[in-house]
Design a binder for this molecule. Sequence first.
Ligand code: NAD
Ligand code: GLY
Length: 363
Amino acid sequence: MTTQPASVTIDLEGRSYPIVIGAGLLDRPDTFASLPAASAAVIVTNDTVAPLFADRLARALQGRFASTHLVTLPDGEAYKDWATLNTIFDALLGAACDRSTTLFALGGGVVGDMTGFAAACYMRGVPYVQVPTTLLAQVDSSVGGKTAINHPMGKNMIGVFNQPLLVVADIDTLDSLPPRELAAGLAEVIKYGPIADHVFFEWLEANLPLLVARDRPSLARAIRRSCEIKAWVVGQDERETGLRAILNFGHTFGHAIEAGLGYGSWLHGEAVGCGMVMAADLSARLGLIDATYAARIARLVGRAGLPVRGPALGVERYMELMRVDKKAEAGQIRFVLIDGQGSARLSRAPSAVVAQVIEQHTG
Ligand code: NAD
Ligand code: GLY
């Protein structure tokens, strides 16, 4: 082990929980010692992750649960849908799982979002634990209780808030992550700098090569700081009535890219990376930050290996897709804009300026 586990708390009164971050956590039964007794543990994962980590997690859970079951979903964003969600219920009912069952989401954000949603619905709610194995899931999707599936007309449109009991981010699992997926995770890491912490942004500028090289201490530091910022935001605004929306920096343009190309064409993090370049430029065009800062954000996104130009969907199509965004209000698109170094706000923007941004950064 090269790093000591760190713990960050999501502070939500009766529903508070720890995010444990470290190396080797999957091989330690005491990682899960804080969980209440339950009749069954059900590991929900996918056909890529199962052969990598399912046995190790099952071993770590041995002795704590009367039985352990495995539910293996097909891999991919395209399967984050009703039909696949229903296969989780089929498996739970098929194994006669009762209300004293704990689900374990072992995988990336797709598995995490679907398992959290399934846990909220099964028998009107059973507890679940997040065991994120992608960088994106470790710094974002496993934390904060947003769960959802996609609808053909919009991403993450069907879902609920449902907080897990525990998040276990084992940094060792990132060793097998393809470079493209690591870069997608870096997009969500990068976003925390401009929205909340300029010192972290400058640290990322200086340390990006170490993160790309998967240097353990650097990854541990980036994951911890990302989780701390997310915990700070979610602790104040769990249900996204205001502040939490800043976590969607880059997501309005990004969701349009994902939906416009069809889910799974670009990775979520790739679309968010490009979306941040566009949202930063929009912020600069509206006079909220200077163009140099927007260019620094774009440079960092590019250095992470993420696309900085969006697909040529056309201005009208982008606008149409962005109107379906959950942040839209009465059909008016709202963007997360950067209004200082480490500061963000949710705001409308004149369509003509948004169109300029789309024309400048796509095609
Ligand atoms: P993903 O879940 O599709 O995982 C990416 C790929 O990596 C998959 O092929 C997966 O099987 C594979 N994989 C996972 N762990 C691996 C490992 N350790 N080694 C090798 N391969 C591994 O994608 P993601 O980027 O983790 O998550 C994206 C999803 O998360 C999107 O659906 C997005 O909407 C959602 N999301 C949710 C929130 C939230 O707050 N709930 C936040 C951000 C993103
Ligand atoms: N990923 C955005 C949020 O959790 O609110």
